[in-house]
Design a protein around this ligand. Sequence first.
Ligand code: GLN
Length: 543
Amino acid sequence: MKRFIFITGGVVSSLGKGIASAALGALLQSRGYRVRLRKLDPYLNVDPGTMSPTQHGEVFVTDDGAETDLDLGHYERFTGVSARKTDNTTTGRIYKSILEKERRGDYLGATLQVIPHVTDAIKEFVKADTDDVDFVLVEVGGTVGDIEGLPFFEAIRQLSQELGREASLFIHLTLLPYIATAGELKTKPTQHSVKELRSIGIQPDILLCRAPMPIPPEERRKLALFCNVRPEAVIEALDAQHIYEVPLEYHARGLDHEVLRHFGLEKQTTPDLKHWIQTSQTLRNPDGEVRIAIVGKYVALHDAYKSVVEALGHGGLANRVKVNLTWIPSDRYDDPNADLSELDSVDGVLLPGGFGERGALGKMRAAGYARRHKLPCFGICYGMQLAVIEVARNLAGISGAGTTEFGKPDYPAVGLMGEWVRGNTKEVRTADGDLGGTMRLGAYPAVLTKGTRVADIYGSQSISERHRHRYEVNADIIEKLAPHGVVFSGMSPDGKLPEIMELTDHPWFIGVQFHPELKSRPFNPHPLFASFIAAARDKSRLV
Ligand code: GLN
């Protein structure tokens, strides 16, 4: 029997519902259950693809090419289950599909309403594509009481009615603030939040309470009484030292036991948490430290680079070192007179993806600095494109090299390459096309050249990685750069699109057109990140 767990949030946002959901998914998995996690986002955008990275954080891309919320990255990292298009939707997407059907005439005669048309569409989304799992964990974005969230709350209420209590469970994540003058953890905001939930017909079964300290028995009793849950179902969620310790924390507080008790399954399994325990031990006892500079346009919000940061951490786990980060706004280096010597104090430079002109020259200059000073350097997507332009200009002397993403370069080293093939269909890009959902998105194969550094790192010559970009490196440049120690060691299978570049006369300088960070996991660090951190560690030992 398939069971649905709905995770909602109250009191304030940013309590870590995504990590809480991911951690519960991992705990159920550790007991042998198959899980799928999905997220319902109440905002009106069709997907987060066109939202500002400094407001909304990273856009996580799935293998099947969906641009999704960054929480799906947590789900993948914690459970190892690759997310799909069917795992994230928004109010905008739900309405878009309803309105398209309406225009086609599919509802002929009907007056379209939030209930039942919108709620039905949400329920269909939640139930679809779940044949292969035991538990579906559904996170509702935002907090209870938000206007946009109402149709989603109503839909999950209806769904739990239809499924019955034996197949559905509600978890509500709240905050217990500590008021120093009273010396107390306060339960009132949680009581109000649950009251709000109950007013729309949802009675939570479990309260997951973020708190700065253990919940005293009296407060626990009060929460249980006023919120109508069992005292054992009030689970404290204390701040963990590291996000990868959250599953162990929640397990120690009885979350998985309480969830399974609800379904009458608590005696059937024991969890196998050895990977999580090992990870926690490595995190707490590293053999050393490295410092990596992230030179990016959106460093004002670290969540804009969530998967990059996590993947660097996984690279650290692979090498048993702690990875410290220095955040550098790339536009600081746009000025040709900018001083880059702060990079002397780091062990590696990571140039992440990005868009537009601001900070682009800065990233190019950081790439040049790393190249000349033999600093390990990892360019991702835009970072790779700009590193190619840097070597074209400064090594190969093609001073007019640039990208058609901004300006009008004499030599388009990076440009709109027009079309490419996905499966049996040809996809076409034009300069005046829509911006939403039209990039080269999702998993594409690449072929690596035998004997190159990347082929060695991957231990394979055929790979598949996730993409999210509109522009491509111009294959015409390959021959021009070859005499200068630049090898395009990874290409699309048809040989037309450069996927990877590396410098031969350098300890570690690799640029990739795709986003390897999206596939890195704590138990399975991405080989490029593991290798990059190893190079940074070797450098740190030299100085
Ligand atoms: N702006 C570049 C492009 O669209 C790179 C995108 C990225 O870094 N994700 O091709």
